[in-house]
Design a binder for this molecule. Structure first.
Ligand code: NDP
Ligand code: HSE
Length: 430
């Protein structure tokens, strides 16, 4: 067996300790598969004294992970710290600049700085790999970059955030409260260090922008992702959606619309029969439509220590084998800029939730606004609310252009009858 691939781990939290455990447990199998051993030689985190539940005594400890970029006994730096800037970015730039391979699980870093890092990597000949950054254990980047390499892909979508999917499916299954379920997701290790990144949709937007770039050959455009998270989804929405034949999931959706880039992360309603409607817990699923492959569905664990470590170590195995292609499936310089697509002409069914004063004429006022804007109602429920003088009206429209929904809501803006901002969710029709 030839020389070991020598790895430095920066970050020993959920993912970093998962990588230590995996490499220790599957050491021999990995060596046989890779044709050489994959060895951790050095580790770093903030607090050396912390008990992390793994034995680190065999590895050199670095108080400052920046030292990894110049260390002669390190082939690969594994960045498992997190954050789009700060120490993670500095380490990534320095390691790649020094010609060392970089493996990272950090989608924020790649979404914001992936092109710059890919440029450095191509200049120095250092590989840059980030399979774990999108959809946890699922080898979706590898599948798209390699398995679907011959296809034109014009649409990619799916469930990209394990925490949100865990929260929504738990609220739906047993009616548990949002905050309680989010705390459970944090305790398991699914959530980001700041869970606002999960529930506000930013994490899914990071991942979607990476997928879009890799699938469409366009330059990364995280700023172009229209992003809304799940914080405004209420238990009542989940119940009404169910009564109307749908479930609610946070969906990332990207496509090329006449050459322009459409990227959106929103909570959406999915018909119960849709394959993504059955994705529960922290599972992720990604659908990509290739012009020769047809529809490809990737599904698996989207977060957590073991699944994420699986993807990180898969990148290490590729490095050990010497099998590494372009990070974004083509040279970074070949990625093309794309304008952001307009959305007014997009059409589909829409769910609307109104919280209104329970008085004569309110329903007629909403119906008139929708009639005037050309929005046709398919289903409507007004469940009885306990006590008070408020009512909840849940509507599913027929197919309609988004600009018509905007017009209807503008007509209702400022109405005394509305007691809260209306909730709008698109119904996934892909
Ligand atoms: P954690 O917060 O659990 O771990 C972060 C680690 O980085 C800790 O060991 C921490 O040290 C160390 N660290 C943080 N800041 C610094 C710093 N300034 N200098 C040195 N070390 C630092 O995060 P995760 O393991 O959950 O996530 C790591 C990365 O993987 C993130 O980019 C995340 O987005 C990504 N990821 C996470 C997944 C998950 O399911 N958790 C799934 C896919 C990707 P200390 O422990 O001493 O505080
Ligand atoms: N916080 C992320 C999620 C981790 O919940 O999906 C996996 O990227």
């Amino acid at each position: 067996m030839t020389e070991a691939l020598r790895v430095a781990l920066a970050g020993l939290g959920t993912v970093g300790t998962g990588v230590v455990r995996l490499i220790e447990e599957n050491r021999e199998l990995i060596a046989r598969r890779a044709g050489r051993p994959v060895e951790i030689v050095a580790v770093s985190a903030r607090d050396r004294s912390r008990d992390r539940g793994v034995d680190l005594s065999g590895y050199r400890w670095a108080d400052d992970m920046a030292a990894f970029a110049q260390a002669e006994d390190i082939d690969v730096v594994c960045e498992l710290v997190g954050g789009s800037d700060g120490p993670a970015l500095a380490l990534a730039r320095d390691a790649l600049g020094a010609g060392k391979a970089l493996v990272t699980a950090n989608k924020a870093l790649i979404a914001h700085h992936g092109l710059e890092l890919a440029d450095i990597a191509e200049r120095t000949g250092a590989p840059l790999l980030f399979e774990a950054a999108v959809a946890g254990a699922i080898p979706v980047l590898k599948g798209l970059r390699e398995g679907a390499a011959a296809n034109r892909i014009e649409r990619v979508y799916g469930i990209l955030n394990g925490t949100c999917n865990y929260v929504l499916s738990a609220m739906e299954a047993d009616g548990r409260d949002f905050d309680e379920v989010l705390s459970a997701a944090q305790a398991i290790g699914y959530a980001e260090a700041d869970p606002a990144f999960d529930i506000e949709g930013t994490d899914a937007a990071h991942k979607l922008s990476i997928l879009a770039s890799l699938c469409f050959g366009t330059r990364l455009d995280f700023a172009g992702v229209e992003t809304r998270g799940i914080t405004q989804v209420r238990a009542e929405d989940i119940a009404q959606a169910r009564a109307l034949g749908y479930v609610i999931r946070l969906i990332g959706f990207a496509e090329l619309d006449e050459g322009k880039l459409f990227q959106r992360v929103h909570p959406c309603l999915l018909p119960l029969a849709h394959p993504l409607a059955r994705i529960d817990g922290a599972t992720n699923a990604v659908v990509a439509e290739g012009n020769y492959s047809g529809r490809l569905l990737f599904q698996g664990a989207g977060a957590g220590d073991g699944p994420t470590a699986s993807a990180v170590v898969a990148d290490l195995v590729d490095l050990a084998r010497g099998q590494v292609g372009h990070s974004f499936a083509m040279p970074a310089s070949a990625l093309e800029p794309a304008e952001t697509a307009e959305t007014g002409h997009r059409s589909g069914k829409v769910y609307l939730r109104f919280e209104v004063a329970d008085k004569v004429g309110v329903l007629a006022e909403i119906a008139a606004a929708m009639r005037d804007a050309g929005v046709s109602v398919e289903s409507l429920i007004q469940p009885a609310l306990a006590g008070g003088d408020s009512a909840l009206i849940a509507i599913v429209t027929h197919e309609v252009e988004e600009r018509c929904i905007d017009q209807a809501l503008q007509k209702l803006a400022g109405s005394d009858s509305l007691q809260a901002e209306p909730m709008v969710m698109h119904i996934l029709n892909a």
